[in-house]
Design a binder for this molecule. Structure first.
Ligand code: ATP
Ligand code: MG
Length: 475
């Protein structure tokens, strides 16, 4: 397969001569004398030559029609070199448009033919390598890579696979830090129609506006100080593929306008350039911000928002789907075992309890990092609790005597759901925490929990909570 040449030529003498030449230089050669037999080899027999050397005009038709037909089937068709006795300009234009590698006039000059063959083979090999790479990538980013058994996780998987198939033009991924936006973008790209095309990624928060503009659209030589040669932009590089704009919420307003124009016109113009370049690009934009709020606050253009959010996928926080911790931990332990050649086999109950009690503000990335550290530092076959280094959530709070506890931080509070804390106990502690944070003000604490003052009073009495004592406990 790696050195297979197909010659499509009806002139027997010429075909035989080329056959001999190329066999001598190491090619395996097949010959077809007309379009029908070439089609038979390529379509029915699924022959995958590296290079096809085809006469343009054959007794039963034109090679370009066959090439076009094969293109539609998206098969790996190799690089085509076309030969013609007539040198028809319209045909050569069509040949190039169909992605033919080269176009030679008969009688063919041997040196030119050799050169063209070498170039075509090199390009076909590179192409094949890329397409096996992208097949490997696609296998690596199956929808199942989004791990989790919760309803939230399986809904997300379902949505990702549906949308990937839809060949959308733009999409917004929203989720807090570490919730899997980058992973979702890869899943969408590698499971969609553009999987063979490039996935080009840029972080909009990482560059100042002018630099980001020239990254996105490219620039001509001398477009600005420091712009040495001309440079193609990320839009051009993502042609026929996906452009992943991470942290789009951070993009400067003026640049947002230019982005909108490019997305709508499907054309870009390099900075300092005159020509418009046509691009066929799918956009995935990710953000941890609520873009609707950003629009309301005048920080994000509403027209761009509407153009991008044709589809919107919201990635859930890990704190809202703690049942997924089991599968995620098992997955990550397996992954890091393999990478670091460790053999962690068990996760002790105490570790599970701590993992489940933590509220994971850094979401899956945080969990993954914790597991990586633990796998690396544990010495035996057990994941050691001491390397978790999570805020200690197993200890009771100052006032409570019950086992288990609440991790209090900012606006969150979390409990282990392993039966060590009763529902009543949780409720009592939630009320205490709200009161503590509002410095004993019952009305404000009720507001914080979204309940009426009466309900709050009732619960305070029910649990015998003394707001004043709570304050003494924190101060
Ligand atoms: N559901 C999941 N299953 C398995 N791994 C996941 C899942 N979600 C995220 N990950 C992994 O967690 C890490 C963080 O995810 P990712 O980088 O996609 O998050 P992000 O939302 O892009 O974060 P940020 O906003 O900080 O860029 C990655 O290693 C990713 O592979
Ligand atoms: Mg990311």
């Amino acid at each position: 397969m790696s050195n297979h040449l197909l010659i499509i030529e009806d002139e027997v003498l010429l075909a035989n001569e080329m056959d001999r030449r190329f066999r001598k230089s190491g090619w395996r050669v097949s010959i077809a004398r007309d379009i029908a037999s070439a089609r038979h080899l390529l379509v029915e027999r699924q022959l995958r030559p590296l290079v096809v050397l085809a006469d343009m005009n054959l007794p039963d038709g034109n090679s370009l029609d066959l090439l076009e037909e094969l293109h539609a089937q998206r098969a790996g068709i190799g690089e085509w070199i076309l030969l013609t006795a007539f040198g028809g300009i319209p045909d050569s234009v069509r040949a190039l448009r169909l992605g033919a590698h080269d176009f030679l006039e008969k009688p063919v000059d041997d040196t030119r033919l050799d050169l063209a063959m070498q170039r075509a083979a090199r390009s076909a090999r590179a192409h094949r390598r890329l397409s096996t790479e992208s097949a490997a990538q696609a296998a690596q980013f199956g929808v199942d890579r989004f791990v989790g058994q919760s309803n939230l996780a399986s809904d997300t998987r379902h949505m990702l696979s549906q949308i990937a198939r839809a060949d959308f033009s733009a999409l917004v991924l929203r989720g807090e830090t570490g919730s899997g936006k980058g992973l979702a973008a890869r899943i969408l790209h590698y499971n969609g129609a553009r999987a063979d095309g490039p996935l080009v990624e840029v972080n909009c928060a990482a560059l100042p506006a002018e630099l980001l503009e020239s990254e996105l659209f490219g620039h001509e030589a001398g477009a600005f100080t420091g712009a040495k040669g001309r440079r193609e932009g990320l839009f051009e590089r993502a042609h026929c593929g996906t452009l992943f704009l991470d942290e789009i919420g951070e993009m400067d307003l003026a640049l947002q306008a230019k982005l909108l124009k490019a997305v709508e016109d499907r054309r870009v113009r390099r900075v300092g350039g005159n020509d418009e370049i046509q691009v066929d690009v799918q956009i995935i934009a990710a953000t941890n911000r609520d873009l609707e709020k950003e629009v309301a606050a005048g920080r994000f253009r509403s027209d761009l928002y509407h153009r991008l959010s044709v589809f919107q996928v919201i990635l859930p926080n890990l704190g809202d789907r703690r049942e997924d911790i089991d599968e995620l931990v098992t997955t990550f332990v397996g992954e890091f075992n393999q990478r670091t050649k460790r053999r962690i086999e068990t996760v002790p109950d105490q570790v599970w309890r701590k993992l489940k009690a933590h509220h994971w503000p850094g979401n899956i990335r945080e969990l993954r990092n914790v597991i990586e550290r633990c796998v690396l530092l544990s010495t035996g076959t057990e994941l050691e609790a001491r390397w978790l280094q999570l805020p200690d959530t197993g200890e009771p709070t100052r006032r409570s005597t019950a086992p288990g506890g609440n991790a209090v931080s900012d606006d969150r509070i979390s409990f282990p759901v392993d039966g060590s804390v009763s529902l009543d106990d949780m409720e009592r502690r939630i009320i205490e925490a709200a009161l503590q944070r509002e410095h004993g003000n019952v009305t404000r604490a009720a507001g914080r929990l979204g309940i009426s003052r009466q309900t709050m009073r009732y619960r305070i009495d029910k649990y015998g909570i003394k707001p004043d004592e709570l304050l003494a406990a924190v101060s």
